[in-house]
Design a protein around this ligand. Structure first.
Ligand code: FES
Length: 144
């Protein structure tokens, strides 16, 4: 019997990703590329009174990237900006029942897309960005 390296939750979110698409009147849009593999993720946020009322994404990437983007959209919907900022790529991977170590870098894309969309939101509002730009960092992963 062949063993899939992915948990059932990862397979579920990969096969039926939640919140795929675009928000035409988004409050913030973030696009990030994964420096390890070149995959790209775009995230759209609709924010009202500090709450993420809607979120959509488009990912041109591997199965783990699609699954983590899908999971992160579920995790931030209805949350305040502060709560959303506390969600790390590790928390997303854990919510998915874990990712193979070689695929952890894919989950970084989801966290960075979220932060990039929030950054865009604050910039559009003319407000200072209330968090540090992590920039090109690997969260313990190595660039290939
Ligand atoms: Fe590119 Fe997973 S291999 S994001």
């Amino acid at each position: 019997m062949s063993q899939l390296p992915y948990s059932e939750k990862v397979m579920d979110h990969f096969s039926n990703p939640r919140n795929v698409g675009e928000i035409p009147d988004a409050s913030g849009v973030g696009t990030v590329g994964n420096p390890v593999c070149g995959d790209v993720m775009k995230m759209f946020l609709k924010i009202e009174n500090n709450i993420i009322v809607d979120v959509k994404f488009k990912t041109f990437g591997c199965g783990a990237a699609v699954a983590t983007s899908s999971m992160v959209t579920e995790m931030v919907k209805g949350k305040s900006i502060d709560e959303a900022l506390k969600i790390s790529n590790k928390a997303v991977a854990e919510a998915l029942g874990g990712l193979p170590p070689i695929k952890m870098h894919c989950s970084v894309l989801a966290e960075e897309a979220l932060r990039s969309a929030l950054k865009d939101y604050f910039t559009r509002q003319g407000k200072p960005i209330p968090f540090e730009d992590k920039g090109h960092e690997h969260h313990g992963e190595k660039c290939l």
